[in-house]
Design a protein around this ligand. Structure first.
Ligand code: ADP
Length: 407
């Protein structure tokens, strides 16, 4: 049984074709910079580990979708012959708002709700909708399409963690509250962590740090997210590649007034020109920041210090919120590769009894996952490679089974 997974961003479209019998990825890739003159596609097949790259004009998600379609149906590769060879399609949808507490088979009602939520995640949800409609166009309306939402993992957070201290009417009128993001990733790594510990998720208090270009930290008690650092949008929390993280909101109105900017212009600054990039003035990519630190660049050092300090504070806060901690997880691009952050963060948490093996920590890069805490550590620390696509694939198959049982 083959499942197609699609993850539409504002200017990107990631794809994976998976054989579910053995959860094997047959082909995966990403169309990047859609809508610009620099658009390109990168992909990799299971037979050949070399990443192929092609510069190609992709004016829209439609162009990207049909490029992907031609690739996965390529006769020479032989993965698929007919549209019917795909059993179901799983979509990552960023915002499920108050509507979706789990993955949903997409029907007209679900589409209407995702559409309504575009107000809260304009670029992402609209891109997902466009791609869902393209799938209907090519595969027909008969194929099962499933939406897996980033926000679902947070559906049962208690109101005391998701409400903001602003007049209640704005929650009622506009749904202003913390929604949380990267839920599929936090859900996946916490399940993997329980397996590695050989314990039941129900008995564990876990903090997972998803540190990529976007960063979020989530407190997971008994398998349920009880708090998370991202908020109403992915802007909140710790500083990220280009996002500012938590901020006194007066800063926003102050900059707006002083620089005579429109709200959407300030929004752009906070989302795309801040974080590691804004502080260092060098790059949003942590690898570039490390290179600059090695040359003694003071602002790069500051950017790193800020990031680590904020991670430490969240871990402290969430341990207190859960009244304990059993395991700490690092995941995503930075979490899985940049050992130096893990070392700094864990050394600063020695008061909690966290101790890591520095040598083992340095080895856990480039997909090598496992435990980095030493035998004396009171809290177990893990590097776990996230795999949102696999989680989306499993959720899609679950929906397919339910549909088949109903027929
Ligand atoms: P996104 O949030 O866009 O999915 P990623 O999870 O790929 O981002 O994380 C991007 C960040 O991870 C960058 O700051 C980059 O420096 C870092 N990163 C990614 N891969 C590596 C690697 N192999 N070695 C070191 N750092 C990496």
């Amino acid at each position: 049984m083959k499942v197609l997974l699609l993850n539409a961003g504002s200017s990107s479209l990631k794809f994976e074709l998976m054989e579910m019998k053995n959860e094997k990825v047959l082909i995966k890739g990403v169309c990047e910079k859609i809508g610009s003159e620099q658009s390109f596609v990168k992909w990799q097949t299971c037979e050949d580990n070399n990443v192929k790259e092609k510069d190609i004009e992709l004016k829209s998600h439609r162009d990207a979708f049909y490029f992907i379609k031609n690739l996965i149906f390529d006769e020479a590769l032989g993965y698929l012959k007919n549209p019917g060879d795909i059993s179901a399609i799983g979509h990552r949808v960023v915002h499920g708002g108050k509507y979706f507490k789990s993955a949903q088979p997409i029907d007209d009602e679900v589409l209407r709700d995702i559409q309504e939520l575009t107000e809260l995640a304009p670029l992402h949800n609209q891109a997902s909708l466009d791609v869902i409609f393209l799938c209907c166009e090519f595969f027909g309306r008969g194929i099962l399409q499933v939406a897996v939402f980033d926000t679902s993992f947070y559906f049962n957070m208690p109101p005391k963690s998701y409400m903001y201290g602003i007049p209640y009417k704005y929650y009622e009128k506009y749904g202003i509250r913390k929604y949380g993001f990267h839920g599929t990733s936090h859900n996946f790594v916490s399940q993997e962590c329980a397996k590695m510990l050989n314990r039941n998720l129900q008995d564990l208090k876990i903090i997972s740090c998803h540190l990529g270009n976007g960063c979020s930290i989530t407190a997971i008690d008994k398998g349920k997210a009880i708090d998370t650092s991202m908020g109403f949008t992915p802007l909140d929390g710790i500083i990220m590649g280009t996002r500012c993280g938590s901020l006194d909101s007066s800063v926003v109105t102050f900059i707006e007034e002083k620089e005579s900017l429109l709200p959407k212009e300030v929004n752009e600054i906070l989302n795309r020109e801040s974080g590691l990039l804004g502080i260092s003035g060098i790059s949003n990519d942590d690898r570039e920041i490390i290179k600059a630190i090695e040359k003694g660049n003071k602002r790069a050092i500051l950017a790193h210090e800020m990031m680590d300090y904020q991670i430490i504070k969240y871990i402290g806060a969430y341990s207190a919120a859960m009244n304990g901690l059993d395991a700490l997880i690092f995941t995503a691009g930075i979490g899985e590769n940049q050992w130096v952050h893990r070392e700094t963060v864990c050394e600063n948490l020695s008061f909690m009894g966290i101790r890591i093996d520095k040598g083992v920590n340095k080895e856990k890069i480039l997909g090598k996952t496992g435990e980095i805490s030493d035998k004396e550590s009171k809290i177990r620390v893990f590097v776990i490679a996230t795999n949102e696509e696999l989680m989306i694939a499993r959720e899609t198959v679950k929906c397919l089974r339910i549909k088949e049982q109903g027929e």
